[in-house]
Design a protein around this ligand. Sequence first.
Ligand SMILES: NC(=O)c1ccc[n+]([C@@H]2O[C@H](COP(=O)([O-])OP(=O)(O)OC[C@H]3O[C@@H](n4cnc5c(N)ncnc54)[C@H](O)[C@@H]3O)[C@@H](O)[C@H]2O)c1
Ligand SMILES: O=P(O)(O)OC[C@@H](O)[C@@H](O)[C@H](O)[C@H](O)CO
Length: 387
Amino acid sequence: MKAVHFGAGNIGRGFVGLLLHDAGYEVVFADVAEDLIARLAAADSYAVHEVGENPAVRTVNNFRALNSTTQEEELIAEIAAADIVTTAVGPHILRFVAPAIAKGIAARDTNLAPLQVMACENAINATDILAKEVASQPGAAASALDGKAVFANTAVDRIVPNQEPGQGLDVTVETFYEWVIDRTAFAGAEPVIPGATFVDDLSPYIERKLFTVNTGHASAAYFGFEAGLEKISEAMADQDVAEDVRAVLEETKQLLVTKHGFSNDEQEAYVQKILVRFSNPYLPDTVNRVGRAPLRKLSRHERFIGPAAELAERGIVPEALLGAIAAALRFTDPADAEATDLAGILASSSPADATARITGLEPEHPLFNAVATLVEERQAEAAKAPA
Ligand SMILES: NC(=O)c1ccc[n+]([C@@H]2O[C@H](COP(=O)([O-])OP(=O)(O)OC[C@H]3O[C@@H](n4cnc5c(N)ncnc54)[C@H](O)[C@@H]3O)[C@@H](O)[C@H]2O)c1
Ligand SMILES: O=P(O)(O)OC[C@@H](O)[C@@H](O)[C@H](O)[C@H](O)CO
């Protein structure tokens, strides 16, 4: 069995690659980072260090590696003959991996079982985004894809920080993991991946994951950044930050319980477990990694505006989420292109225009004015700051 996996970074090596390996797949990693690909291609194995309670070291072998830019022909041939294609590249990168996937599907023998494609990104229905990109490639009419590929949405959860320099290909991860996959896409022929859970309705799981794990995590990052802290575990050890994060998760709990019918106790247990995961002192995770790409995180259906908008539509003022949004607007990192773009939008637009551009909220939305007020406050603050 063969899997082609796009993105040999943190989650690619530390989670998707590991689970596919453990499920018996040969994994072909595809990435654009030449140095990483060269090192993976030359290696026989790498180690995944699971840290926290019950630490363990797992070995991944039986993999190969290709540069998806310079070795596209080989990559297309691998995809044409693979059983599974997965991605962990970032939601905005899916459009760049779609052409090779479309060409691989086009080159696929019709006698083969359909290629099983799953995007493992932090976004609601990321595989649908990928499928749309694949179907829009020249010559890849939806009818040509019919029968040759199936696309399944997934929710992936494991905290994998940026790796320390000098660690080579080895990856440090938390012990916890969860991979939930939409079973309905496979018409009864789902892959056997022992570490994954197949469900008939993914939407409660993906919203619970994004609006609890990722909302809470990003809140810890932005509140922690405001408090001058570097690590997520340090942020969670700060009583004020921890209380603010807790308040945010109380609001998303209210939404998730009402909307998806999770019981209060079940969601509370989920929250408690997550707070412990964020506090893991063995995980060298930073507020800069978790706060990365603030424009993506502040976009319409993402971890802040998504739940805050739904609460506002239900007549609830999401005070704690608005506090986290205010903190996100203050996040700066010269190494993060989106943080720079965010500052540029704030500096060059009226409060209403900046709110619309950053959040995608319509001016008549019940959340709009509250966010516009925060934007205006941030603009006034930035204008006063020394250059
Ligand atoms: N790290 C985590 O804790 C975690 C957990 C769950 C989900 N995710 C999601 O997984 C995705 C990847 O996150 P990450 O933390 O592993 O990031 P990362 O930066 O460590 O890895 C991304 C990899 O994708 C590669 N890449 C970029 N463009 C590419 C292209 N066109 N073709 C092939 N490869 C390309 C990069 O070179 C990099 O190696 C994101 O969507 C993230 O939200 C991350
Ligand atoms: O990957 P992002 O940028 O969407 O979010 C940063 C972290 O919150 C995220 O990577 C988590 O570590 C992960 O989603 C845990 O499952």
